[in-house]
Design a protein around this ligand. Structure first.
Ligand SMILES: [Zn+2]
Length: 317
């Protein structure tokens, strides 16, 4: 059996899988990252022991555990090099966990884990060269080249959200201007939509969404799409166009067989969004490899990350 762990900034999720990677059980706990990395490590151990106790599984039955972390990870050493949402810098998480848990433990970046999950068990099955693109608050990327996860020299490969698409464009959280995620992430779309509401140009049912950015979720964009609100549809189309442009650059660089796009926007907006991204990618990439790359929606949803983390443990063991 395997454990796949999705370690987020606010909550952690543990999944127990059988040999065939079917989910046996899942549990969650608050991460408590505001109280320091040591406490986060303790909670990972607690949650792991709880899920095993509740399912009557002996820890000796666990062949490996994979932990997906939102940050830059040294996969070989099991060190969290940088994870701002967890307050971790050069934190030897795997070593600490191994002192308490008797099975092999692997850490990887969460987007790498999600891409690996889709590659092994989801929309990327059957391909060898896969690019995973996950637009959300930011835009994460995962690279599978020749059947292997490509992590780069220091574990930071795949930061596609900070590819500069528009010189002098919207300022990004990273300090640069015109990054892909400042133009095409769900957060960028939310800011634009909030501006429309504040300007009072939207019809009834949309005018009272207010000034809390958190209200402008993927569901908001689905509602606007269904209701046919042209101002909001234009925001979605522009974001999809920029995302396709960013993917076109990567397709020219990497010649993948398959581009998987995932996350809440893709799940909510579905085919209209996926096809808009694909059209833009093909319009901006070279004819070959642009026309040769399939653009598919992720199929595992929220399970991609824990499944991928567990698969990384099983594939690395
Ligand atoms: Zn940036």
């Amino acid at each position: 059996m395997y454990i796949g762990f999705d370690l987020g900034g606010t909550k952690m999720l543990a999944y127990l899988f059988d040999q065939d990677m079917n989910v046996i059980a899942s549990q969650k706990l608050k991460t408590g990252s505001d109280r320091g990395p040591g406490l986060v490590a303790e909670r990972i151990i607690d949650l792991t022991r709880t899920i095993l106790a509740d399912t009557n599984v002996n820890e000796r039955s666990i062949l490996g555990m994979g932990i997906a972390v939102p940050g830059v990870i040294d996969f070989d050493e099991g060190v969290v090099k940088q994870a701002p949402n967890l307050g971790m810098v050069e934190f030897p998480l795997a070593r600490i966990l191994r002192q308490e848990l008797p099975f092999p433990i692997y850490l990887d970046n969460d987007v790498n884990a999600g891409t690996w999950g889709e590659y092994r068990r989801g929309a990327g099955r059957g391909y060898r060269h896969v690019l995973g693109v996950f637009p959300g608050t930011g835009i994460g990327g995962g690279l599978i080249l020749d059947g292997k996860l490509y992590r780069g020299a220091g574990g930071a490969a795949g930061e596609i959200g900070h590819m500069i698409i528009q010189p002098g464009g919207t300022i990004c959280g990273c300090g640069q201007e015109g990054c892909l995620e400042a133009l095409a992430s769900r957060k960028a779309m939310s800011k634009d939509a909030l501006g429309m509401v504040a300007a009072g140009v939207l019809p009834a049912g949309f005018e009272d969404y207010g000034t809390d950015l958190a209200a402008y979720t993927s569901s908001f964009f689905l509602k606007a799409e269904t209701a046919g609100i042209p101002e909001i549809q234009a925001i979605t189309e522009r974001a999809a166009r920029y995302l396709g442009m960013g993917i076109a650059n990567l397709v020219n660089l990497l010649n993948p067989e398959c581009v998987i796009i995932g996350g809440g926007l893709v799940e909510k907006l579905g085919e209209s969004y996926r096809s808009a991204v694909e059209r833009s990618m093909r319009a901006h990439a070279m004819a070959y490899p642009g026309n040769a790359a399939a653009v598919v929606a992720a199929s595992l949803g929220d399970d991609a990350v824990p499944v991928g983390a567990a698969m990384l443990a099983s594939d690395s063991g």
